[in-house]
Write a protein that binds this ligand. Sequence first.
Ligand SMILES: Nc1ncnc2c1ncn2[C@@H]1O[C@H](COP(=O)(O)OP(=O)(O)OP(=O)(O)O)[C@@H](O)[C@H]1O
Length: 243
Amino acid sequence: MMSSVPAVEVKGLRVERGGKPVLRDISFEAPRGSVLGLIGPSGCGKTTLMRCLVGVQVVKGGTVTVLGEPAGSRGLRRRVGYSTQTPAVYADLSVRENLRYFAAVLGAPRTDVDRVVDEVGLGNNRDQVVATLSGGQLSRANLAVALLGEPELLVLDEPTVGLDPVLREELWELFRELSGNGTTLVVSSHVMDEAVRTDRLLLMRDGEFLADGAPGELTARTGTEDLEAAFLHLIHQRAGSPA
Ligand SMILES: Nc1ncnc2c1ncn2[C@@H]1O[C@H](COP(=O)(O)OP(=O)(O)OP(=O)(O)O)[C@@H](O)[C@H]1O
């Protein structure tokens, strides 16, 4: 039976980096099995928020609860998958060797290796040394590591950067399939056309949420035709509102 505890529960989160506020009083919840999009311009705090979810960021205030436990708890190690923008895979090992290594570290079954290679569409590159992969193949190898062990929550920092539209489409189909099986995904992007594929969007700017809702709700609420226009509308609205 699926737990009723939200996959993610963030309350009053505040983070400072380099002495400056980077996240200012952020609160939200992600129900299990949802695909949550974290969208906003470069430097708005997306990576910092994701670091909080996986428990590697020092926080100034607030709480971050993941699958019912404080973020970063030991018990969450195998239940949460994280892929960073900087690839974690070793350049001098093949795709398969990397995944075997990470499967052993994570305690994931060895049979997972071929499954995740196929899921990210690297079936023809499984024995290729990572140093020789293209940029898009490299980011998919990195994503494959996060899929090992079938984590309940996947935190993916810009997983589709540098991919062509066909591959992006395929990856989004995979994300939808994973969420259909009950996995919760938090996916960051600064590309608005990806935002429409999420169940719920958190539009971020300067460490705050401009809006939080389903893509259709956000366009309806702002009376705009697409999410790009909705985002601009919200920025102008915020700029025009009294402090
Ligand atoms: N180690 C650090 N020390 C000081 N400031 C930092 C550090 N890391 C990030 N920052 C600052 O924190 C803010 C948020 O950065 P963050 O990486 O979370 O943004 P982002 O939205 O993920 O950006 P991008 O889309 O470019 O990855 C930025 O202003 C950044 O300069």
